[in-house]
Design a protein around this ligand. Structure first.
Ligand SMILES: Cc1cc2nc3c(=O)[nH]c(=O)nc-3n(C[C@H](O)[C@H](O)[C@H](O)COP(=O)(O)OP(=O)(O)OC[C@H]3O[C@@H](n4cnc5c(N)ncnc54)[C@H](O)[C@@H]3O)c2cc1C
Length: 373
């Protein structure tokens, strides 16, 4: 890049790379900072698959980074099971939509983004931050740069760790995503491999005191535990690939912007993965930030504080609402005792029959509102 960049993005995860591509499309020059040697070919071994909503899909399609169908399985039904017979079923047809969301293979998505970045002449990959009118911090939940800007982060640690892996299933997944709440744990099966697939990405949020034992279990024992926890819904299971784990937290930065800087993605907020919304929120952040920068008055620089406050105002309420809803659900299923159990399962069944309320929640989670630019 001959001239200095307009924007320096610190962090080359999915959020940072998507933002770089959006800004380059607006003819802004971008320096993208990542750990030395990382991100150039995009090859990672992340075992996860993310549930991405329609707004995220539209954004990634507009960047020509949406994976092929075998790596982005459309979900037609989502079945959420309580711990005492309660059940909520979301159905794409009922919502008048082709899918509730798509389960996207993370390494494939990262590779698509990395390749698009490599082909974009207005983006320079650099090993260290460079001066620019605007610095956007996309360093994830453990960002160190935030404190340089005087940001405080309110963090509540959950008493759970998420264990993720992939399982081959005896029966096809039939494009259904499953979630079971039981005994303080939350198990999710997300369909993989396209509509005809018979494997799932597993995210098991388990209480810390059980996490070590489950994480260290043999592949056979782990499969047996999952078969029991999933009520043998997909038959016998066989582990494919590695197991990985993450401590879980709810976190929100007190300020997202200042003169010449902004936060986006997990650097600004993290939510429990039970909602499958973390990256959807991060992608909505960068869509909004790019939109605000593109629409700026000609006399404002990209780092203008008034401009950046428009971005913060537009995004904070959405993130707060998602964080509160997810946290409420996590806490509801952590309450011990039979009365609480009866009440929440009764509430689930009532919610399942609630019509307009259920549809509103479904459409919010589906990210139905944002048009692609
Ligand atoms: C088990 C699990 C399941 C999940 N499932 C879903 C789901 O189904 N749907 C969904 O929407 N979300 C999901 N999420 C949330 C999702 O993982 C995050 O929201 C998303 O990865 C955030 O992306 P990011 O780019 O902001 O941060 P990260 O993915 O953390 O990327 C940050 C990047 O910045 C780099 N970096 C860090 N520090 C520096 C530095 N100082 N300088 C330069 N670079 C730096 C890092 O190396 C990394 O590449 C899940 C999370 C977990 C834990």
């Amino acid at each position: 890049m001959a001239s200095p960049p307009d924007i320096c993005i610190r962090g080359n995860g999915i959020v940072g790379q998507a933002l770089a591509l959006l800004l380059a499309r607006e003819r802004l020059r971008v320096a993208l900072v990542g750990p030395p040697g990382a991100g150039a070919d995009g090859a990672t071994s992340d075992v996860r698959a993310y549930a991405l909503n329609a707004a995220s899909r539209a954004l990634l399609e507009s960047l020509r980074c949406w994976p092929p169908e075998t790596a982005a399985t459309p979900v037609l039904q989502m079945r959420v099971q309580g711990d005492d017979g309660g059940q909520v079923v979301f159905d794409a047809t009922e919502q008048g939509s082709e899918a509730l969301n798509w389960i996207v293979d993370v390494p494939v998505l990262e590779q698509q983004l990395a390749q698009a970045v490599n082909y974009q002449p207005l983006i320079d990959r650099v090993d260290a931050p460079v001066p620019a009118a605007l610095t956007v911090v996309c360093e994830g939940k453990a960002s160190r740069t935030r404190s340089e800007f005087g940001v405080n982060v309110d963090v509540t640690a959950y008493p759970q760790h998420a264990i993720a892996t992939r399982m081959q299933c005896e029966r096809p997944h039939a494009q259904t995503a499953w979630q079971w709440f039981a005994d303080g744990d939350i198990l999710a099966f997300l369909p993989l491999g396209g509509p005809q697939g018979n494997s799932v990405a597993v995210v098991w949020s388990v209480l810390q005191e059980r996490a070590d034992e489950r994480f260290a279990a043999t592949a056979e024992d782990f499969a047996t535990m999952l078969e029991t926890a999933s009520h043998h819904m997909l038959g016998s299971l066989t582990q494919q690939g590695e197991r990985a784990r993450w401590p879980l937290q709810l976190a929100q930065a007190d300020r997202w912007v200042g003169p010449g800087w902004a936060l986006a993605g997990d650097a600004a907020h993290t939510v429990h993965p039970l909602s499958g919304q973390g990256l959807n929120l991060g992608l909505a952040d960068v869509a909004e930030l790019a939109q605000v920068l593109q629409a700026r008055e000609s006399w404002r620089t990209c780092g203008d504080l008034k401009l950046l406050r428009r971005y913060e105002r537009a995004r904070k309420a959405d993130v707060l609402a998602t964080g509160l809803a997810t946290d409420g659900l996590q806490q509801l299923f952590s309450l011990p005792g039979a009365p609480a159990q009866t009440l929440r399962n009764w509430g689930m069944s009532g919610f399942d029959l609630s019509g307009p309320l259920k549809n509103w929640v479904a459409r919010r989670a589906m990210g139905a509102a944002r048009p692609a630019r």
